[in-house]
Design a protein around this ligand. Structure first.
Ligand code: SF4
Length: 364
């Protein structure tokens, strides 16, 4: 059995499940996962359905498309509708509805120039090939995606490209977790921490969760045994009242993260406050371009500003992202709102809580 087969081995998984039950000893445990890939992994692996009923799994703000605020969606839609502008975007933003219900896909159907790209480097290449157009890349995502955007901007600066711009909507995870913990409506007892983000930032930024807020927190991989072991660690830390931040994904996440990737990000971006869907403005949770890179800022180049926008009527994505509402309890879930006709971003993104519930748990 190789190491990956071992991480999916039913006997080993069953043994950890038994340890979870034993450690729970009748107690309840509410944990939140903070990564859209974990949302999907918990369902796809079947782990979610095997957990004792006293273990409550809450979806958190871990889907980058879902946490993109309405006013940010309005901004990239505004860019798409400008003459001489090409919006080059990851495909998962194409169907996110804006405040008027229209998406980039709708704008494209009406004549806007929108291109799906697989990396920011593709967007830069588009700019090189179309020197008469302004190519705008909506910079959406967490610490995992920011280094590639920063590297692209460094290259664009070195080459003297003048028609490539970024809408900087990148978000930083740890300040959002602190904001959630400080919300008096929250009843989270432990965090399953994101594997990919942690590979960049390492362990240290999460320490306040345990030291200040007394919440067990476990950096977790995506195989069934990873998930179960992390849940066991959370339950055990609660039982022993010994909260810590544990790195249970050491085969990928070094304790110090990836300093080289962070150095590239630091050269190009600086921390700023940012808007999160459902949570609102969080201090220091975003990244703005540094003065040396301001020439690439689409806000300035296109004269776009973030405007207050009405929320999507009836959509409860904000509550879903804070773990306050199970996705299938939204009144629109599965009726008005489905993956083929999404009302909110949590049903658009494959990593969104609503889309995952629809795909794996509609019968519940
Ligand atoms: Fe929004 Fe649809 Fe999810 Fe309801 S089911 S919260 S409308 S995305």
């Amino acid at each position: 059995m190789n190491s990956f087969e071992a991480l999916r081995d039913p006997d080993r998984c069953r043994a950890v499940l038994e340890r979870i039950e034993k450690s729970l000893d009748g107690r309840r445990m509410r944990f939140m996962e903070v990564c859209g890939t974990h949302t999907v992994a918990l369902f796809r692996s079947g782990v979610h359905s095997l957990l004792p009923r006293s273990v409550v799994h809450l979806t958190g703000p871990g889907c980058p498309v879902c946490v993109t605020h309405d006013s940010e969606v309005a901004a990239f839609l505004e860019a798409a509708r400008m003459r001489g502008v090409v919006v080059a975007t990851f495909g998962d933003l194409m169907r996110v509805p804006g405040p008027d219900g229209a998406s980039l896909k709708d704008a494209q159907a009406e004549g806007a120039r929108v291109e799906v790209v697989y990396s920011p480097m593709d967007a830069l290449e588009l700019a090189r090939r179309n020197p008469g157009d302004k190519v705008v890349f909506p910079g959406v995502g967490f610490e995992t995606t920011t280094p590639t955007v920063a590297a692209t901007l460094r290259l664009a600066k070195r080459e003297g490209v003048t028609n490539f711009f970024v809408l900087p909507f990148h978000k930083i995870v740890p300040p959002a977790l602190e904001a959630l913990v400080q919300d008096s409506n929250m009843a989270v007892q432990a965090f399953m921490l994101p594997g990919h983000v942690s590979a960049i930032i390492g362990v240290e930024p999460y320490l306040p969760l345990a030291e200040k807020y007394r919440l067990p927190s476990v950096i977790t991989g995506f195989e069934p045994l990873d998930l179960l072991q992390s849940i066991f660690l959370m339950v055990e830390m609660l039982r022993t009242q010994n909260p810590r931040v544990v790195n249970n994904y050491r085969r990928v996440v070094p304790p110090e993260g990836n300093p080289k990737a962070r150095a590239i990000v630091d050269e190009v971006f600086q921390p700023c406050d940012a808007l999160w869907r459902g949570i609102g403005l969080i201090c220091g949770s975003g990244l703005a371009l540094r003065p040396e890179y301001k020439a690439f800022d689409a806000f300035e180049a296109l004269g776009i500003t973030l405007r207050e926008t009405p929320a999507i009527p009836g959509c409860r994505c904000g509550d879903v992202l804070k773990g306050l509402l199970p996705p299938n309890k939204c009144p629109l879930f599965g009726k008005v709102c489905t993956p083929s006709s999404p009302v909110g971003p949590c049903m658009v993104s494959t990593e969104g809580g609503c889309a995952a519930y629809f795909k794996y748990r509609l019968a519940d």
